[in-house]
Design a protein around this ligand. Structure first.
Ligand SMILES: *[C@@H]1O[C@H](CO)[C@@H](O)[C@H](O)[C@H]1NC(C)=O
Ligand SMILES: *[C@@H]1O[C@H](CO)[C@@H](O)[C@H](O)[C@H]1NC(C)=O
Ligand SMILES: *[C@@H]1O[C@H](CO)[C@@H](O)[C@H](O)[C@H]1NC(C)=O
Ligand SMILES: *[C@@H]1O[C@H](CO)[C@@H](O)[C@H](O)[C@H]1NC(C)=O
Ligand SMILES: *[C@@H]1O[C@H](CO)[C@@H](O)[C@H](O)[C@H]1NC(C)=O
Ligand SMILES: *[C@@H]1O[C@H](CO)[C@@H](O)[C@H](O)[C@H]1NC(C)=O
Length: 793
């Protein structure tokens, strides 16, 4: 039958041409359209997801299977499957970093929200969810017009362990509870899961746009609007320091720190956030590269019930061999990664070395099938193989849903809520806009619209700080003072001083940008870069009134020179405030918004830089002069502490109710109790949380009222900490057990309550990595409140 091959060839060419000609058209992204529609089981939405994924795997040749093991997964034209790029980025808005996103179609820009560290400083869960929902709408809209994928590699939830880390800016900060809460809000909102619980969604999220898009969406637990990714797993927080790079670094981590610090946000991201992706990091963890770490990756599936796909960071499979030198050949590296549980490799290393790994007997086809099953399962849950996209798959979202005024307002709201007032001598701020005759605005970033930080895309309508201030004041003069943030020259000082001398008020914008801190780049110093400090001092010396110092950047800065200097009236930290940051800052300076952000990380003094960045220990060790890390363990001096931030008003706290005693008796039966040997004399010192069968019966409420003593309405972030008085080895100095941002009208009072779960909140890791709950007194602290809750056995 000579015609058949020719016919097949014709069909093949037909499809091939279709792919080429339609390659930028939206419909091309949906396989399972006619003529293939429903002719394959994987195209049949009425079948269970697993059946469909298995069927697809069974239809592929070995060569086709290997071609799927890259972020740039190949098309399978004979099955009507187009190529797919797994790599899109959405950290704080759709970013240009991933090859899956392009801004060269109908959509030319996307909303640039503040960098995560600033949004985290708002300590407002509903804000975090609203931002993630808005990013999701823009992401899906861009997918619909062929400018993005459906799989995004955010959030970055590594603990901001060291102030020098170049990517600390991308994270929600140093506290595991805050990072966990951020991860859960981001992932649920981004993946569209909040809307499965429609009642809660209606009450909590007011974003009309998203509501419209989701109106007809079917309630189905398995479905994903988009896929979010918890990264970078795990103990990743060093870029380049000394002889270490992120590619060759071996993070030596104790079981204790692993249990209650490094893994905590990942566990929440997966267990509570239901994330559908995990990214393994470049570094090794205790000698084994993260992407080849079978033990760590398998536990995610077995212990945390992870049901998504695992991607390597980009080229992190190559680094197993090339930088970590963990294997002797590239084939061993791809085999180690695949067998450990890495499903896909960002990059081409698996594509290039998998066939020879198979030929050498290091990988079996079943190993690949297992990975493909995870990958196709996520694509099917995303609706990619459902044929003609239905309205309920957000098909109606399009370019008009990107860069909307709603999203711009939300970006502004995030910047407002996050900005932290660090100093305000004698209520220097806010300034009365009507009483200002002239304003000098000094600093190399003051007239920059590039205020997004790492993983920024193309902002819709970026505004500089200068433009923001110009909306309020007419008589403004600007001088850069330094040529750029590195500020290697004092040549521009004279101009800045002359501008400063002539103005009534002076705002100086100093700090960091990506030349100091970014991917592949850690800092060595915590001081202001180059001659910036000299500039601030010189301007302070000539200005008529105290200065307003505005700090940019994600990492902490040793500001000790400015904290006590009366020539500096106010200090504001604005992080990387995104495209509306200039407006948010101006509103705060002129009193249209009362700042309420709090620092999500400790600000250390410069002396901290003598601590090796490569030392992963969280706990202090006085025997070797090691000061510990983050507010939970650090014993040294600080410039500003975790949770620090001022307001234009003042607040008084009052404890309304909290128990004084909790009894473990009811939660632990006698037989179990007699087996618990963690005792001192007759008393149990602590219990293993795993051994307490009814933790939930121990939950209690702490009710607090906060009164606003001033004439200005304000938001207050109420932070609840605990500390065990029974000090066991490695117990934290204190730890956050609850946070809530509340609004309080001037002279008004607002009540808030926290539910505390002792097993979750009052516990920490022991030296073996078990979570333990100390018995005896726990001190609950919030501002001036101190209350003792005793856990009795
Ligand atoms: C993606 O893979 C295809 C073939 O599988 C190749 O032609 C294309 O150049 C790749 N694109 C990128 C960006 O690597
Ligand atoms: C848009 O950019 C992508 C990736 O950079 C490229 O592959 C594509 O050809 C571009 N399309 C147009 C219309 O320029
Ligand atoms: C999260 O996953 C669990 C189990 O996999 C499921 O029972 C639950 O409904 C999911 N939650 C959401 C919000 O999708
Ligand atoms: C600010 O920057 C813009 C564009 O770069 C420039 O046109 C403008 O003159 C600058 N403004 C001042 C006051 O330097
Ligand atoms: C900074 O200045 C020094 C000498 O003044 C010069 O050697 C160095 O290259 C400069 N660095 C940058 C980044 O311009
Ligand atoms: C928290 O954020 C939401 C969403 O932006 C906002 O509506 C709410 O007012 C914020 N809460 C406080 C107390 O600022």
């Amino acid at each position: 039958m000579p015609t058949q091959p020719r016919f097949l060839l014709f069909l093949y060419i037909f499809h091939f041409l279709r792919f080429i000609t339609c390659s930028s058209a939206a419909e091309f992204q949906y396989p399972c359209r006619p003529p293939h529609h429903r002719s394959y089981p994987f195209c049949d939405p009425s079948l269970p997801v697993k059946t469909r994924a298995q069927s697809l795997v069974s239809l592929l040749t070995l060569q086709e299977k290997i071609q799927q093991l890259s972020n740039n997964a190949s098309a399978v034209p004979r099955l009507g499957i187009p190529s797919y790029d797994w790599w899109s980025e959405s950290l704080h808005g759709i970013a240009t970093d991933g090859s899956g996103v392009s801004f060269n179609g109908t959509v030319k820009a996307a909303t640039s929200f503040p960098q995560v560290i600033l949004t985290a400083a708002a300590f407002n869960r509903s804000l975090w969810a609203a931002v993630a929902s808005a990013i999701a709408v823009e992401a899906k809209a861009m997918f619909n017009v062929g400018q993005a994928g459906l799989t995004f590699w955010a959030p970055n939830i590594n603990i901001f362990r060291d102030p020098r880390w170049g990517r600390g800016q991308e994270t929600p900060g140093e506290d595991p509870m805050v990072a966990s809460a951020y991860a859960v809000e981001y992932v649920r909102a981004f993946q569209g899961q909040n809307y499965y619980r429609s009642a809660a969604g209606r009450d909590r999220y007011k974003d009309g746009l998203q509501r419209r898009a989701l109106r007809d969406y079917h309630v189905d637990d398995d479905r994903l609007m988009l896929s979010a990714c918890c990264k970078h797993f795990t103990a990743y927080d060093l870029e380049k320091w000394g002889q270490f790079t992120r590619y060759n670094f071996n993070a030596v981590v104790t079981d204790q720190d692993m249990a209650d610090t490094y893994q905590a946000p990942f566990r929440s991201c997966i267990q509570q956030g239901n994330a559908s992706c995990l990214m393994c990091s470049y570094n090794a963890v205790n000698g084994i590269p993260a992407c080849a770490n079978h033990n760590l990756l398998q536990k995610v599936r077995t212990d945390w019930n992870f049901r998504g796909y695992i991607t390597s960071d980009c080229d992190a499979v190559a680094t197993i061999y090339e930088d970590q030198k963990y294997t002797k050949t590239p084939e061993d590296a791809v085999a180690a990664a695949l067998k450990a549980g890495t499903d896909i490799n960002c990059g081409t290393y698996m594509l290039r070395h998998m066939m020879s790994a198979i030929e050498q007997g290091k990988v079996s086809e079943e190993d690949i099938d297992r990975a493909l099953l995870n990958l196709f399962t996520v694509q099917i849950r995303l609706g990619l193989f459902d044929g003609e996209p239905a309205r309920n798959q957000f098909r109606e979202l399009g370019p008009e849903d990107v860069c909307t005024s709603e999203n711009r307002k939300l970006a502004l709201e995030a910047a407002r809520q996050g900005i932290v007032l660090l100093k305000n001598e004698q209520k220097f701020l806010p300034l009365d806009v009507h009483a200002i005759s002239s304003l000098a605005v000094i600093g190399p970033l003051a007239n920059s619209t590039n205020l997004g930080g790492g993983y920024t895309g193309i902002p819709c309508n970026p505004m500089s700080i200068l433009e923001g201030l110009e909306e309020y004041v007419n008589n403004i003069h600007h001088a850069s003072g330094c040529p750029d943030i590195p500020c290697n020259s004092t040549a521009d000082f004279a101009e800045a001083l002359s501008v400063a001398k002539q103005a009534e008020y002076v705002i100086i914008v100093a700090g960091l940008d990506l030349s100091q801190e970014t991917e592949d780049h850690d800092r060595y110093s915590l001081l202001l870069p180059g001659h910036q400090m000299a500039l601030v001092n010189a301007v302070a010396a000539v200005s008529r009134k105290p200065l307003i110092l505005v700090l940019t950047g994600g990492g902490p800065i040793d500001l000790s020179f400015a904290v006590g200097d009366p020539r500096i009236g106010s200090i504001l930290w604005i992080g990387y405030p995104g495209e509306t940051g200039g407006k948010a800052l101006s509103e705060i300076i002129f009193g249209h918004y009362n700042p309420g952000g709090r620092l999500p990380m400790t600000w250390y003094p410069e002396s901290f830089t003598s601590v090796p960045m490569s030392d992963m220990n969280m706990r202090a060790d006085p025997s070797r002069n090691y000061p510990g890390r983050t507010y939970r363990f650090y014993l040294g001096d600080r410039i500003y502490g975790f949770g620090y931030g001022l307001s234009y008003t003042s607040f008084t706290y009052k404890l309304l109710s909290a128990p004084t005693k909790l009894s473990l008796q009811e939660s632990i039966n006698a037989r179990r109790r007699s087996n618990m040997l963690h005792r001192r004399g007759n008393n149990l010192e602590y219990v293993y949380v795993d051994e307490v069968p009814y933790c939930s019966s121990l939950r209690f409420q702490v009710q607090i009222s906060v009164t606003n003593n001033g004439d200005t309405d304000g938001s207050e972030v109420v932070l609840l900490f605990s500390k065990a008085s029974n000090s066991l080895k490695g117990s934290p100095e204190r730890q956050l057990i609850g946070f809530e941002r509340i609004h309080i009208s001037s002279h008004g009072t607002t009540e808030t309550s926290f539910q505390v779960d002792p097993c979750e909140h009052l516990s920490f890791g022991d030296e073996h990595g078990n979570i333990i709950l100390p018995t005896g007194d726990h001190i609950i602290v919030s501002e001036n409140i101190e209350h003792v809750v005793s856990i009795e056995t």
